[in-house]
Design a protein around this ligand. Structure first.
Ligand SMILES: *Cc1c(COP(=O)(O)O)cnc(C)c1O
Length: 386
């Protein structure tokens, strides 16, 4: 079977570059190769491209250009938000309490754990319901005068659940606590208006919305206490030193523009395929459950657990059958640890070990989904026997 015959259903892991994005980036690798910090004409042209991209991203988020910092990926944006705000807050007013959810991406969770272990911050994890969602009241009950930062994932990469970011943001603002959201998975589909979301910081990464890998952005509301994490030259208003990756930044801006323009239409098509998939899997696979919320989930995202199944065996069987899917967690072959996210939702390990994430994208056809639901029950049965 050639790669062409394999159906890619792992768009939450990464997406292919849109050809229009490739075209927009192309000149900046070769003809327009200048360093945006240089004074001469080569530098000026690169700087124009950089600042045009910044303005474009700012407009798409309803922010101003000075509030956008380009980074090397979603992970770096998350790191800058957490470390940058926590250190600045402690210096400013001694705040040392970090409040996050237990269903954060590792870019947040591991960073917060390191701030606790090595830097003396106190980390508190919020409760989640069985759908993996955070309640505003739970945040309200845990905010302290010494809370340095609240960070809540917008849409979950593993289970697709969407959190009430706007309500949590409004609450944090009323208590004068900075609020960050990891919108890396949400960016292709959900409202990104930072004023409506009431957030102070928001992370995105281009390769989750048909842009290039290795570039991201962090929105930082003007006036937010934050210090740089990567020091050096004064690029990105001193917030992120290092010569900017101009072609990739141009690509991020173009990809964000396109996916925001097309998201309503794309979402509609994806939701109908997603719901066919969910309905059929739950009907035809014994001992199966949906993870995350039935409706309040990303348009392209379906995730399941199957009792008594080794998730990795199932993925290998699917791969041989021509479907590239995921377990949804960072779980690697030979490391059969159940996902922390699924355990925090209350799933027992015998269920959590058998997770499957199917994430759809622009190239997905209803036929692909029909074929998948035809073969899946037998593959799950086989994966139960190993
Ligand atoms: C992919 C992802 C990240 C990490 O982004 P990279 O650009 O791959 O570093 C962070 N958070 C979420 C929710 C993600 O899905």
């Amino acid at each position: 079977m050639s790669d062409k015959d394999i159906i890619y259903l792992d768009y939450a892991a990464t997406t292919p570059l849109d050809n229009r994005v490739m075209e927009a980036m192309q000149p900046y690798f070769t003809q327009e190769f200048g360093n945006p910090s240089s004074i001469h004409i080569f530098g000026q042209k690169a700087d124009v491209a950089l600042e045009t991209a910044r303005t474009q991203v700012a407009e798409l988020l309803n922010a101003v250009p000075g509030e956008i910092v380009f980074t090397s990926c979603g992970t770096e944006s998350d790191n800058l938000a957490l470390r940058g705000v926590c250190f600045a807050q402690r210096t400013r007013n001694g705040a040392n309490h970090i409040l996050i959810s237990p269903v954060e991406h590792h870019a947040i969770l591991r960073t917060a754990q390191q701030l606790e272990k090595y830097h003396g911050f106190e980390l508190e994890l919020l409760p989640v319901d069985r759908y993996g969602m955070i309640k505003v009241e739970d945040v309200a009950n845990r905010l302290r005068p010494t809370t340095a930062l609240v960070s809540i994932i917008y849409a979950n990469n593993e289970i697709g659940a969407i959190n009430p970011i706007s309500e949590i943001g409004a609450l944090c603002r009323s208590r004068a606590v900075p609020m960050h959201t990891d919108a890396v998975q949400a960016a292709a589909y959900l409202n990104l208006d930072v004023n409506e979301l009431h957030v102070d910081l928001l992370s995105i990464g281009a390769h989750k919305f048909y842009g290039p890998k290795g570039v991201g952005a962090l929105y930082i509301k003007k006036g937010t206490p934050i210090q740089a994490v990567q020091t050096g030259g004064g690029q990105e208003s001193g917030m992120r030193a290092g010569t900017q990756n101009v072609p990739y930044i141009v690509g991020l801006a173009e990809a964000l523009k396109l996916c925001r323009q097309e998201r309503i239409q794309t979402s509609k098509a994806l939701i109908s395929m997603r719901d066919v998939l969910i309905k059929n899997v739950l009907e035809h696979v014994t001992d199966s459950q949906l993870t995350g919320h039935p409706h309040n989930r990303l348009p392209n995202h379906a995730s399941f657990v199957f009792k008594g199944v080794d998730g990795n065996s199932l993925l290998m069987l699917l791969d041989v059958a021509g479907f590239a899917c995921s377990s949804g967690s960072a779980c690697k072959t030979g490391n059969p640890e159940p996902s922390e996210v699924l355990l925090s939702l209350g799933f027992f390990p015998e269920w959590a070990l058998g997770s499957l994430r199917v994430t759809l994208g622009k190239a997905t056809q209803m036929d692909d989904i029909i074929r998948l639901v035809e073969i899946l029950p037998a593959l799950v049965t086989r994966a139960r026997q190993v």
